[in-house]
Ligand binder design. Structure first.
Ligand SMILES: *[C@@H]1O[C@H](CO)[C@@H](O)[C@H](O)[C@H]1NC(C)=O
Ligand SMILES: *[C@@H]1O[C@H](CO)[C@@H](O)[C@H](O)[C@H]1NC(C)=O
Ligand SMILES: *[C@@H]1O[C@H](CO)[C@@H](O)[C@H](O)[C@H]1NC(C)=O
Ligand SMILES: *[C@@H]1O[C@H](CO)[C@@H](O)[C@H](O)[C@H]1NC(C)=O
Ligand SMILES: *[C@@H]1O[C@H](CO)[C@@H](O)[C@H](O)[C@H]1NC(C)=O
Ligand SMILES: *[C@@H]1O[C@H](CO)[C@@H](O)[C@H](O)[C@H]1NC(C)=O
Ligand SMILES: *[C@@H]1O[C@H](CO)[C@@H](O)[C@H](O)[C@H]1NC(C)=O
Ligand SMILES: *[C@@H]1O[C@H](CO)[C@@H](O)[C@H](O)[C@H]1NC(C)=O
Length: 421
């Protein structure tokens, strides 16, 4: 998970009814049930509600980690305290939570787990402490006896693999007749389908996108990985395929790179030269080196691409023989900055320098967060005795429709908002 620590003021616009579902993806959709519906918090966090000891708590859904932690204002109430301390650091370690591991009844999407391990947070540095009403996080990653809550419990002499399992894992174990997979759709605020709900289905599919099960399986690479990392062929920008080199230590086959799928990351994180190759194609875009401009997405450096809000590129992310178009709205973030008392509208890059994300021993080359994941309906399958873990994507963005959406939406927002920077 890679959140920016300092969020600038953000332009908030309400649902836009004047643009009806334009590209047909959700014409007369069978409505997803409320228990599968998740919330989009400003395109930064995708949030589910868990019920813990009778209390509803909003938590970020993070495919980039496994542990669960809770930090509601009034505490979670009475729980079984293992007294085992556990600290979880995110991004480059500048944000973290710490507390002790507790066991408590937790419900998610209608599934009730009697004794779920979580961290009862007593120390919180730059993580969600009920800002925006989000007071915790659940990891949708793999159980790992060598990491996280499981390991902390084992190190303290307790049965980590048994009592420290992830929430998903406990739900799967309670439903042995169902598949060990979940599926996520992430909505996009301010596109023409603004109102399309984001959903989480466990061992099931969103009825709108059930055909995802016939899409190619993209195996976790290597297959013994305990993170949602798969092989990608990289980026195509305005029809030109960007040459990418993988970290040799990571062992990807020639021409491919290892990418992590991270719903907890509001950005896409790559190397600076890839970022620059993409944004330099946008007419009028300027790279501000070592800039003090605040941005919403995490980055390793202070370099910011300042992009005309109505300009973009055609970008696809490529997997095998499939190319998935990325909506231009996902490539830049529009917000207001106030300087010398004057509010101005600015658009900056969502694909940023990921620093050491791509370095050994992380085992991946890039991180594909929400700006990619909004464009696909994704199945995350933990696999079984015959099939290793894999992901599947159903494309949701039609490039030509998205380009039209982008122009009309940004022009409207620009007309309504403060002047451009
Ligand atoms: C969770 O978030 C939703 C959507 O923002 C909000 O309506 C609800 O009140 C929140 N619940 C809690 C317990 O904060
Ligand atoms: C759990 O965390 C809350 C703060 O969120 C703290 O007040 C409480 O004492 C903690 N409980 C235990 C048993 O550590
Ligand atoms: C985390 O908090 C526990 C107390 O809950 C404390 O014993 C421990 O030293 C803290 N760990 C770190 C790394 O800060
Ligand atoms: C995965 O398998 C490879 C080769 O079989 C091995 O080198 C590596 O250590 C394994 N990784 C994990 C996380 O078990
Ligand atoms: C970036 O700018 C700050 C403040 O202007 C300066 O202290 C720092 O050395 C600069 N860093 C780089 C890498 O140029
Ligand atoms: C963006 O807006 C500017 C100012 O109105 C205009 O000059 C430019 O042609 C527009 N660019 C695109 C790609 O529409
Ligand atoms: C294993 O998973 C695959 C892919 O989801 C599925 O087709 C197969 O039926 C499953 N096998 C078992 C034994 O559950
Ligand atoms: C995208 O939408 C256009 C116009 O609605 C349509 O002609 C085209 O077939 C669509 N492309 C794909 C790949 O579905």
């Amino acid at each position: 998970m890679f959140f920016a620590t300092a969020l600038p003021s953000i332009l908030l616009f309400s649902t836009r009814p004047w643009l009806a579902a334009a590209n047909g993806r959700d014409q007369q959709p069978p409505a997803p049930s409320p228990e599968n519906t998740i919330y989009n918090d400003q395109n930064i966090r995708y949030v589910a509600t868990v019920v813990v000891g009778g209390q509803s708590i909003n938590v970020t859904l993070d495919t980039g980690s496994t542990d669960m932690w809770l930090n509601p204002r009034g505490g979670v109430g009475t729980f079984e305290d293992t007294r085992v301390p556990h600290k979880i650091a995110y991004a480059d370690g500048n944000s973290y939570i710490n507390g002790t591991i507790g066991l408590m009844q937790v419900s998610l999407a209608g599934h009730v787990v009697p004794k779920q391990a979580f961290v009862n947070v007593t120390e919180n540095v730059n993580e969600d402490q009920c800002g925006h009403g989000v007071c915790g996080l659940i990891g949708l990653g793999f159980d790992n006896p060598d990491g996280g809550i499981e390991k902390a419990l084992s190190d303290a002499g307790q049965d980590g693999p048994k009592i420290g399992k992830s929430l998903l894992s406990n739900i799967f174990d309670m439903n042995p007749d169902k598949g060990r997979f979940f599926a996520l759709s992430l909505s996009r605020l301010d596109d023409s389908q603004d109102s399309a709900p984001a959903t989480l289905h466990i061992a099931d599919y969103d009825p709108r996108y059930a055909s995802v099960q016939y899409e190619p399986m993209r195996p976790v690479f290597p297959s013994n990985k305990t993170t949602w990392d798969i092989l990608s062929n990289g980026f195509t920008v305005n029809g030109y395929h960007l040459p990418l080199t993988a970290n040799p230590e990571n062992g990807a086959p020639p021409g491919q790179i290892i990418v992590g799928l991270d719903s907890g990351s509001p950005g896409v994180h790559t190397r600076p030269e890839i970022r620059d190759a993409i944004y330099s194609q946008i007419p009028g875009a300027v790279l501000a080196k070592n800039s003090s401009i605040p941005v919403r997405t995490w980055r390793k450096d202070e370099d910011v691409w300042v992009v005309p809000c109505n300009a973009s590129v055609e970008l696809t992310l490529d997997f095998g023989s499939n190319s998935y178009p990325v909506h231009p709205l996902d490539l830049t973030t529009m917000y207001t900055v106030t300087k010398d008392g004057v509010e101005r509208t600015i658009c900056t890059n969502t694909i940023t320098n990921g620093g050491s994300i791509g370095g050994n021993p992380k085992g991946k080359d890039l991180l594909f967060g929400d700006p990619f994941l909004r464009n696909v309906y994704t199945v995350y399958s933990f696999g079984n005795s015959t099939t290793p873990p894999f992901a599947q994507f159903l494309p949701l963005t039609n490039a030509s429709e998205a380009a039209k959406d982008f122009t009309s939406i940004r022009n409207k927002l620009l007309a309504d908002g403060p002047p451009r920077a």
